[in-house]
Design a protein around this ligand. Structure first.
Ligand SMILES: O=C(O)CC1=CCC(=O)O1
Length: 264
């Protein structure tokens, strides 16, 4: 675990795996922190140098007040990679982390060797939906939304059979800084990459859980269709966060893809 100040924001990050191995960075979704990748890191860190971090507003990183923009998150990621002298990397992003990954691919194609987009889209939700979520959180706290969020993240069977884990991940959300959550909702509200991602030329793997209620299969497929060099895979018995619900299936898709992309 380590900390660095990037763009005036204190960021918490973790590095695992052999320093000379091919580098991967894992980028989080709204309301989650680097811990959602723990099982993925355990499975992959024998072969890859893996960077995970808490994006601004989340985990142990700073949560400044006000609206965030997708570009803030991209600048933070670029600054963190520069600080760590990681010049060539595969970016794996889930949900808003996948939007950050797409925007990073458009801004820094020369620094990217492969892209993995999990349960994400070129446009997630709409202005009304994000504004009402921001208002609900500001007026009534994140607790007022916690059960709905869990139902969107996890399959019914996970919620029924893995109650302690569910309670633990719900605690993560409940402990989120309000400013971080609302600020990132604003970034999601304002981000629309539908008109630009056709310019992504990096080899891309797109994955989605078959029961994802936040970014459903057809929405994610639409993003994959806009990226020429992309492969689309559906993970069974999985909701919005495959690194928690189906880490083995996710890791086998990622490792096979990275090897083919020459990043393994
Ligand atoms: O609906 C949710 O909370 C899930 C989600 C949407 C965008 C994101 O990053 O997470």
């Amino acid at each position: 675990m380590a900390f660095v100040r990037i763009n005036g924001i204190l960021l918490h990050y973790r590095l695992a795996g052999p320093p000379a191995a091919p580098a991967i960075v894992l980028v989080n979704s709204l309301g989650t922190d680097a811990r959602i990748w723990d099982q993925v890191v355990a499975l992959m860190s024998g072969y890859y140098r893996i960077l995970s971090y808490d994006k601004r507003g989340h985990g142990l990183s700073d949560a400044p007040p006000g609206d965030y923009a997708l570009e803030h998150h991209v600048d933070d990621l670029a600054g963190l990679l520069q600080h760590l002298d990681i010049n060539h990397v595969a970016v794996v992003g889930v949900s808003v982390g996948g939007l950050i990954a797409q925007a990073f691919a458009l801004r820094h194609p020369d620094r990217l060797s492969a892209l993995v987009l999990c349960d994400t889209a070129a446009k997630v939700g709409d202005e009304t939906m994000w504004n009402s979520r921001i208002a609900a959180v500001r007026e009534n706290g994140i607790g007022s939304l916690a059960e709905t969020i869990m139902a969107r993240w996890f399959t019914e069977s996970f919620r029924r059979d893995r109650r302690e884990e569910l309670a633990g991940w719900q605690n993560m959300v409940l402990r989120m800084p309000l400013d971080g959550y609302a600020g990132t909702c604003a970034a999601l509200r304002d981000a629309d990459l539908r008109g630009s991602i056709a310019a992504i030329t990096t080899p891309t793997l797109v994955v989605v859980g078959d029961q994802d209620l936040s970014t459903p299969v057809e929405l994610v497929r639409d993003m994959a269709n806009r990226i020429a060099d992309s492969r689309f895979e559906i993970i069974g018995d999985c909701g919005h966060i495959p690194s928690i619900e189906q880490p083995h299936a996710l890791v086998s898709l990622i490792t096979a893809f990275l090897e083919e992309a020459g990043h393994g």
